[in-house]
Design a protein around this ligand. Structure first.
Ligand code: PEP
Ligand code: MN
Length: 349
């Protein structure tokens, strides 16, 4: 439920409404705009009549949010949210291209890739260190050693780092190293993990589950937002369908649907959604044309010898070509690529 305050509402009136929200067994969520203050009443609101708040002094109107996701919904927050990373924002006019290998494999591999993707126009570096592999015998990632290499790559290039977190027990370690916590498809409904990162201040990239509906996905985002972490970005990464020609089926529809339903930034991962390097650039272009705020792309200096997802990884040269194509599409729609961050001389955040 959204309680819209009159533009001349006093602090006391706002406080009074908040007290009533607690008394109704709900949680308040205050957002102060330039003109109006809106107070969200979060919880099981369907049994509570709107009149309970409509009659309070300073209240202009009370509206129900019809979707099951509340804080994530555009009804609740009509303006698009911006997620701030080092020196730039995702979700505004800029298009953010995050690129790097599926897995960090060695110091040289990640540092070489970081310089190459930055040169080509990426604004952030991705790299997995805890890998959710289908087989327990496949490469599982370098763990903390990989985080050290990523930190060094960030120190050399200034690119913020995006790394997948697999379990809530990894949170303290991840928070000290990474700029964005990636929640992978397999963990989209790991509610313990979602609750834990809801308490974190680190921005989150929440990927869509392998066969999750858009509503289920937004409910997962709701867990993080309800915990107090508002820095959430969504990433479509393809869904399971009957089609086997590609690894997954890119749900391009998800982009305009999400833009309609939520204020959160929407990215697309053309690497996992196609599973094939030859198709990545086409789907990257389609994503930007459909209104995505950014891309997450796998790039490897030697895809044939990659320890994970080589088939779908672009070489740095292919990536540079893709970026130029995406740049043209972005321009058609009056958007631009977010600039790579400035060089940073020091290690760490
Ligand atoms: C990845 O980004 O390397 C990854 C494992 O992605 P997803 O969770 O979308 O499968
Ligand atoms: Mn991968």
């Amino acid at each position: 439920m959204m309680i819209i305050m009159k533009s001349n509402a006093t602090e006391e009136q706002i406080e009074h409404v908040i007290q009533h929200i607690y008394e109704a067994g709900l949680r308040p969520h205050l957002s102060r705009g330039v003109e109006t203050t809106v107070i969200g009443a979060i919880g099981e609101t369907h049994t509570i009549p709107t009149e309970r708040f409509e009659c309070l002094p300073g209240v202009e109107a009370v509206r129900r949010i019809t979707h099951p996701f509340k804080l994530a919904s555009r009804q609740f927050h009509p303006r698009s949210s911006l997620v701030t990373l080092d020196g730039f924002q995702v979700g505004g006019e800029g298009i953010a291209i995050i690129a790097g290998p599926c897995s960090v494999e060695s110091r040289t591999q990640i540092i070489e890739t970081a310089h190459a993707v930055k040169e080509a126009g990426a604004c952030a570096l991705r790299g997995g260190v805890f890998k959710p592999r289908t087989s327990p015998y496949s490469f599982q990632g370098l763990g903390e050693e990989g985080l050290e290499y990523l930190a060094e790559a960030r120190a050399q290039t200034g690119l913020p780092i995006v790394v997948e977190i697999m379990s809530h027990s990894q949170l303290p370690l991840m928070e000290t190293f990474v700029d964005v916590l990636q929640v992978g498809a397999r963990n989209m409904q790991n509610f313990d993990l979602l609750r834990a990162i809801g308490k974190s201040q680190t921005p989150v990239l929440l990927k869509r589950g392998l066969s999750a509906t858009i509503e289920e996905w937004l409910m997962s985002a709701e867990y993080i937002l309800a915990g107090g972490n508002e820095q959430v970005m969504l990433c479509e990464r393809g869904i399971r369908t009957f089609e086997t020609a590609t690894r997954n089926t890119t749900d391009i529809n998800a982009i305009p649907v999400l833009k309609h339903l939520t204020h959160l930034p929407v990215l697309l991962d053309p690497s996992h959604s196609t599973g094939h390097a030859d198709y990545v650039a086409a789907i990257a272009r389609a994503a930007i044309a459909a209104g995505a705020d950014g891309l997450l792309v796998e790039v490897h200096p030697d895809p044939a010898h990659a320890l994970s997802d080589g088939k779908q990884s672009l070489t740095p040269e292919q990536f540079a070509e893709m970026v130029e194509e995406v740049r043209k599409i972005a321009q058609i729609f009056g958007r631009h690529l977010v600039q790579p961050a400035a060089e940073r001389a020091l290690y760490g955040r």
